[in-house]
Write a protein that binds this ligand. Sequence first.
Ligand code: 13P
Ligand code: SF4
Length: 330
Amino acid sequence: MKKEEWLIKGFADEPIDAHIDLIKAINELKKEKNAVIMAHYYQTGEIQDIADYVGDSLALAQWAAKTTADIIVLCGVHFMGETAKILSPDKKVLIPDFNAGCSLADSCPADKFGKFVKEHPGYTVISYVNTTAAVKAVTDIVVTSTNAKQIVESFPKDEKIIFGPDRNLGNYINSVTNRNMLLWDGACHVHEQFSVEKIVELKAAHPDALVLAHPECKNTVLALADFVGSTAALLKYSINSDKNKFIVATESGILHEMQKQAPHKTFIPAPPNDSTCGCNDCSFMKLNTLEKLYNCLKYEYPEIEVDAEIAKEAVKPIKRMLDISEKLGM
Ligand code: 13P
Ligand code: SF4
């Protein structure tokens, strides 16, 4: 197939020999090309299992900044690949499927956000990592769900802050830091979907279970939670807890690592409003497959590129976040 057709499809759609051992072939290609595979916790279990690093968005950025590999294959969504490329501009950054976007990043177009920022002079702009490079370029400091609270608290109480794009995370940080940050009205289609009624039903059916929720969930869901935290924080909490059963209100991919680290515990995915599957998958994250990962490494396609002018500005708030996180021991 021609490259123009790959471009239309968004990935290297080449037939793969049915007899090939994909895991072995991916590992060989990785070695041959000095490539590293980094996967977010929301990837499929088989991608998480073959990755060199599996983590949340903060960890992925930290690893991308430090790697000595020539190629980074970022098994996650587009903004994660962009962040890796901005931090490691000399590396080739690949993503198995270029269509792996993010509804939250899409809810914050750079032109509109830039206008909003201009309309509020004197405000410090804090943006969640789930944004395009162009939004980061008009941002003072980037945060992830792991460090958002601590970074916001590193500013004086009376600092005027714009926080974008996730209104749920923003509201949550406002409540736990007792602030009144000005919020962009964006949201993630996965985390907004969790059903309060179904979680209440699950709690009644499993009175011994704790509810764990990501701060991108609506406040009505967070109100039901015994613990609120980033993907990595939910994982850590569930592993260290003396409790054995958890209802998990975040993308279902994290259950793979939870179950791996605590095989004797029970993890129940919190259901979304309109689904019969009982799980909650990010359709973007799950576009990446083992087959696409193999072709991506083999053909070194699709590659993430970031405009040099945008990257020059976007790197500053990302590095600022990494520096503060390091000082905070994160
Ligand atoms: P984390 O910061 O927990 O990795 O979250 C990223 C994300 O995309 C949540 O939907
Ligand atoms: Fe974006 Fe939501 Fe998917 Fe996370 S789960 S990548 S915020 S769409």
